[in-house]
Design a protein around this ligand. Structure first.
Ligand code: ADP
Ligand code: MG
Length: 375
């Protein structure tokens, strides 16, 4: 090979190497994965960000962590020191309290979702949650509460419709209201984190709070895939590929419960009876709104295996999977179209349950009407 030819080959090679390096750098940027786990809202919250420079992703997760800690403190129904704790104390004393705009907004949302559910989802039943002992981080032990204690709390009829929200000033017409946002706080909080990440220019991320998930963008060149847990055995019932901006929330009575004399008491309470839901094992809702999906998963668990389609339609959610105590898989057409088996096939055949026509919301026109609508 002549000297000139060798020089040409050399120049060609270095150009190729430069291009390869560029492509690799681009690829590494795309594949850049930043993962962090926080313990908030009584669960582990995992945040995964893809395709950002490490310092950008680190700053974004630090801000998300800070926001989640603040919300956990401010929205805690039982710890003094937070805004919600102060509001609950004010409600008992019949006082109005001016709260921060985030809490006012989440209470409005909670009231609307409660109304739409006909009161089956009702964050005003905190006293019942406390009586059953589901307010603590650890599940309760021992015997269930006395029937008379439950009846006394039900007789006081606490409901979200008792709240009066005037801008950021909140009061309750009923001192028996004790706000516990546990049924949808995770969803509302993850929605806020996702909005914050978007505002910081993050395009691709997944927020996972113990199996409740919000996704943004995609996982590289494929969608984010999440699994729905099998409530009976260790593993997944199915996988779902989520489009950008979608969320998947699951409520179940297989995680937080206690057993007494062979009976299982789970942490989702039926506001009509004051007792934990029976029968349903898990309800998953696929939606584009975390707060609504979370509230709906709770409400549909309360609604039970016969009434849930009506409540789903009233709440405006269309993709639902319910797993019953006997292992039946009930899915709406919109959910059925999205479920992929994890192994060879689903653990049981899917029973397709169409939803009724979207109903006029089971609306609350005034104080106290919410629950009757569902009875
Ligand atoms: P998870 O937290 O396991 O996702 P949920 O979203 O269903 O489950 O929330 C359950 C929590 O919601 C309970 O621990 C309690 O604080 C509260 N809660 C229980 N029953 C209701 C109800 N009918 N409406 C609103 N909140 C409820
Ligand atoms: Mg919920």
């Amino acid at each position: 090979m002549t000297r000139t030819r060798r020089r040409q080959v050399g120049a060609g090679l270095s150009a190729l190497v430069a291009i390869l390096l560029l492509v690799t750098a681009q690829h590494m940027r795309q594949a850049q994965v930043h993962r962090e786990t926080l313990y908030v809202f009584g669960t582990l919250v995992e945040i995964e960000i893809r395709g950002e420079a490490p310092e950008t992703a680190r700053a974004a997760t630090a801000a998300a962590g800070q926001l989640l800690q603040e919300l956990h403190r401010d929205w805690h129904a039982w710890q003094p020191g937070g805004t919600l704790g102060a509001l609950n104390a004010a409600i008992v004393q019949g006082r109005a309290l001016r709260v921060d705009d985030r809490l006012a907004a989440v209470l409005r949302r909670g009231r609307d979702l409660s109304c739409a559910s006909g009161g089956l989802f009702d964050p005003a039943i905190g006293r019942l949650v406390g009586l059953w002992g589901f307010h603590a981080d650890m599940p309760p032990t021992g015997a269930p509460p006395e029937r008379a204690e439950i009846a006394a709390l039900l007789a006081a009829r606490p409901r979200m419709t008792d709240l009066r929200l005037d801008g950021q000033t909140v009061r309750s017409t009923n001192p028996a209201v004790h706000l516990d946002l546990g049924g949808f706080a995770k969803g509302a909080a993850l929605d806020m984190v996702a909005a914050d990440l978007r505002a910081r220019g993050i395009a691709n991320a997944v927020l996972n709070a113990g199996g409740d998930v919000n996704v943004m963008g995609a996982h590289g060149d494929r969608p984010w895939r999440v699994a729905i847990r099998d409530p009976f055995v260790w593993g997944a019932v199915a996988a779902v590929s989520l489009a950008p901006g979608e969320v998947l929330y699951t409520s179940g009575n297989y995680e937080r419960y206690f057993e007494h004399e062979g009976e299982r008491f789970a942490h989702i309470l039926d506001p009509r009876t004051g007792y934990p839901v029976r029968q349903i094992v898990s309800v998953s809702v696929l939606d584009t709104d975390g707060a609504r999906a979370d509230a709906a998963a709770t409400a549909l668990s309360v609604a039970g295996p016969r009434d849930w389609p009506r409540v789903a339609a009233a709440m405006g959610v269309s993709a639902v999977l319910m797993i019953t105590e006997s292992g039946a898989l009930l899915a709406t057409p919109d959910m059925a179209a999205r479920l992929a088996p994890v192994g060879a096939e689903l653990p049981a055949p899917l029973q397709i349950v169409p939803l009724p026509q979207a109903q006029p919301a089971l609306a609350c026109a005034g104080p106290g009407v919410g629950r009757q609508a569902a009875l």
